[in-house]
Design a protein around this ligand. Structure first.
Ligand SMILES: NC(=O)c1ccc[n+]([C@@H]2O[C@H](COP(=O)([O-])OP(=O)(O)OC[C@H]3O[C@@H](n4cnc5c(N)ncnc54)[C@H](O)[C@@H]3O)[C@@H](O)[C@H]2O)c1
Length: 265
């Protein structure tokens, strides 16, 4: 028996990166995947890749997860096609990096709107169906939420991702009486198209971060998706309100300086 057999999974951001990896893996685990992305052609390609492996997926049309009406229609397409919604995986997000003194206010508004609003809108649209199915929600936080960073100036990102984690906890409280579980997966630095544009770009101070991570390599989208499959499955039936950090130990292991002599302050 596959771990998500017959579950209807609404997954955003399925054109590339973690969203595509999630769509492929959830379908391989038996889920019926309803995907969506601004990059519609690429999301349809994900659907084709799933079909080629014998899985089931639907990509109704170009989707902007910051558009309330579009998100509502997307959720309804899933219900019309498959009869309900069991899993919401709110993956899609976009960010404008920069320190507080380097970016215009509109970039902050953009980032919060692109990262926090989609979680709210997607969960809101699917909520009655999740209550009916006693389903579950997966949100995507970041180590940038609970921790600041000296190398990655990302004030707006920190604020929006910590808000996603806070929203996860509150939704867990509101879902619990209905049997709806809500959990967050918080990656460190993942090697995706999105991060190659910024923290992993050649001229960025975080470019060589992999050598400083306790487990010695960047996060792969599949590392995140492995955690998400677990949280969506019955194996996690007693887990709600969690923020599962998938960062190779980055945020919990203190940095060392083995080649230097200790300096007392
Ligand atoms: N890459 C990292 O290092 C990293 C670290 C921590 C958290 N995250 C989070 O993981 C999630 C996925 O990131 P990724 O690295 O796969 O990024 P990515 O940029 O490679 O993929 C994001 C996908 O979301 C889509 N998208 C963005 N805004 C959208 C919108 N308004 N409507 C519909 N689709 C939209 C994009 O088109 C893209 O296909 C995001 O929530 C991101 O904040 C990423």
């Amino acid at each position: 028996m596959k771990r998500l057999e017959g579950k209807v999974a609404l997954i955003s951001g399925t054109a590339r990166g973690q969203g595509r990896a999630a769509a492929l893996r959830f379908a391989a685990e038996g889920a019926l995947v309803v995907g969506g992305d601004l990059l519609h052609e690429e999301a349809v390609e994900t659907q084709r890749l799933i079909a080629r492996e014998g899985g089931t997926a639907l990509t109704p049309g170009p989707l902007d997860v910051t558009d309330e009406e579009a998100v509502r229609d997307w959720a309804e397409e899933a219900v019309d096609a498959f009869g309900g919604i069991d899993i919401v995986y709110a993956d899609a997000g976009a960010v404008r990096f920069g320190s507080i003194d380097s970016r215009p206010y509109e970039d902050v508004v953009f980032t919060v709107r692109a990262e926090l609003d989609p979680v709210w809108l997607t969960v809101r649209a699917a909520w009655p169906h999740l209550v009916r199915s006693r389903g579950c929600v997966l949100t995507v936080g970041s180590t940038a939420g609970p921790a600041g960073s000296l190398t990655n100036r990302c004030a707006a990102r920190s604020a929006s991702k910590d808000a996603v984690i806070a929203l996860t906890r509150q939704l867990a409280a509101e879902g619990a009486p209905h049997g709806v579980r809500v959990n967050c997966v918080s990656p460190g630095v993942i090697d995706t198209e999105g991060s190659r544009d910024s923290p992993l770009a050649d001229d960025h101070p975080m470019n060589d971060i992999s050598g400083h991570l306790p487990l010695g390599r960047l996060c792969h989208p599949d590392d995140v998706v492995n955690a998400a499959v677990f949280l969506a499955s019955d194996e996690a039936a007693y887990i709600t309100g969690a923020d599962l950090v998938v960062d190779g130990g980055w945020s919990t292991v203190l940095p060392g300086a083995p080649s230097r002599k200790a300096v007392r302050s």
